[in-house]
Design a protein around this ligand. Sequence first.
Ligand code: NAI
Ligand code: MG
Length: 354
Amino acid sequence: KQYRIAVIPGDGIGKEVMPEGLRVLEAAAKKHGVALHFDHFDFSSWDYYEKHGQMMPDDWKEKIGKHDAIYFGAVGWPAKIPDHVSLWGSLIKFRREFDQYVNLRPVRLMPGVPSPLAGRKPGDIDFWVVRENTEGEYSSVGGRMFPDTDREFVTQQTVMTRTGVDRILKFAFELAQSRPKKHLTSATKSNGISITMPYWDERVEAMAKKYPGVKWDKYHIDILTANFVLHPDWFDVVVGSNLFGDILSDLGPACTGTIGIAPSGNINPEGDFPSVFEPVHGSAPDIAGQGIANPIGAIWSGAMMLEHLGEKEAGKSIVEAIERTLAERTLRTKDLGGNADTTACGKAVAEMVD
Ligand code: NAI
Ligand code: MG
């Protein structure tokens, strides 16, 4: 089978890290006999907006909606275009229109990356954060009344649907079941949020019955964030609602060092629509054009994409190549204390793939 990948570099360092991601994907595909076909798109960028007055063509969904996955760089060029126009005009449309209800991020301490947590070494921190990406606290149900008077009040509802809650829990339990530790942690706050969070807990319990091989526990979000910092070795798969997952999916990678290497997937597990794989970082205008951006976040996102497509061995070979590359100071980029430029680092990973 040949996989068709839509490639969208976007803005700033997105255009610099993506060629390295593609270089490594090509190397892994060759080694593992995976056939990848890349289609390149210039939309979802300031350059496209300057020419066309919009972030994407009207038929963007037809152009990329049939691909097996979307490989994305970064979007945003605040000096030219406000972020809400560029991000809502592209990336956020993908997430909503393609029903990417899972936001998935690995939290893994890599060799050569100093952990901000004292005394932790590679191997100590290795878990996944699974965030619900379509409903929950980020609803638009609510309102504001009597503005600018003493009677002013605002309200916003959390929306949890059975379908929405169950499908993210199912994804998280499946992931936990596939891992050696088979351990799932649920983020809750049912001591304070007295309707939606007890419901979430109830659905976790119901789902857990279907996965008897998975050990599970739950923590209130406040102590859970503390435990991310104090005991990151406790976790294997952590699942949270949209808001809690948002917080945890930034805190997790922060516990393992630089943002330049963190990858992510916005996933539609059923495959009704393509999923988007992208580095966590943005377009980094402050270093764009210098050729010094760390390409590892993009490269690791490519590995996640291969795993999502079912090419586990090829994906794993990339993650291992990243580990071997980061272990050598001279192959690291400047943000990690090395002196390699973006291309040198990408070539090093590509050569390490086996
Ligand atoms: P940013 O992630 O682009 O940069 C934050 C800091 O980290 C900067 O100092 C940058 O130089 C550094 N950095 C980021 N990636 C790096 C890499 N690969 N290697 C070395 N250093 C790296 O976040 P910022 O500056 O807040 O946002 C810039 C633009 O990117 C904005 O327009 C923002 O909206 C957009 N953005 C887009 C995202 C996306 O496409 N998913 C995610 C985050 C921000
Ligand atoms: Mg966030």
